[in-house]
Design a protein around this ligand. Sequence first.
Ligand SMILES: CC(C)(COP(=O)(O)OP(=O)(O)OC[C@H]1O[C@@H](n2cnc3c(N)ncnc32)[C@H](O)[C@@H]1OP(=O)(O)O)[C@@H](O)C(=O)NCCC(=O)NCCS
Length: 201
Amino acid sequence: MAFASEAGVIRIETLKSDASRANDGNGDIEMLAALLHACVRAGASVSFVLPFSHEDAKAFWIDQVLPGVAAGTRSLLIARLSNRIIGTVQLDLATPPNQPHRAEVRKLLVHPDVRRRGIAKALMIAVDQVARTARRTLLTLDTVTGGPAERLYQSLGYFSLGSIPRYALNFDSRVLESTTVMYKDLTTSEQGKVHSFSLTE
Ligand SMILES: CC(C)(COP(=O)(O)OP(=O)(O)OC[C@H]1O[C@@H](n2cnc3c(N)ncnc32)[C@H](O)[C@@H]1OP(=O)(O)O)[C@@H](O)C(=O)NCCC(=O)NCCS
């Protein structure tokens, strides 16, 4: 999928499943590390707290994400502006045997420099398509209560189940933030059907 934004033409792709190529090839892991690093430093609550180095960010992708991508249990979607990765999201398909219809949405990130241009929305529409292709009809996630991502997910058909107070430290460890558990039922939602497109690899 490609779409025009104020920043230029943005392409949504699935990252190749060959982890070693992703690691060494065109610098994708370095760019993903830079993206995660920039988001955390800008205040994102996405599991990490300061101090958080570029190397910490790189280790996250290499140790916690690429093995699942290589095993085919995790889809890694990226948004590119020219060759630069400026957004990403994952769909974790590694659910227990009694949940073959469910998948977990993880680590939606858009670089602070290019927000409010519809990049996250495009990534999440692509997630629906990847989920449908993988025969996953129930999507679950959690996000900071009352944050921008919760509003984004609600606008795309996710329901908020409730909020768990004092769930996690914010990025600079000053406050404990609440988290909201959300889900989207693709058997009843029209979102994503309307916006289908071809993903490139
Ligand atoms: C949340 C995040 C992914 C949104 O990315 P984005 O590309 O700016 O989002 P989009 O431009 O696609 O926004 C789509 C809609 O979501 C809502 N939204 C997004 N950011 C918002 C904000 N800061 N405040 C209010 N609403 C917001 C709006 O409804 C927006 O539509 P609009 O711009 O037409 O009003 C981005 O801010 C981010 O990376 N934050 C840090 C990481 C994070 O919190 N990720 C979520 C983990 S669960």
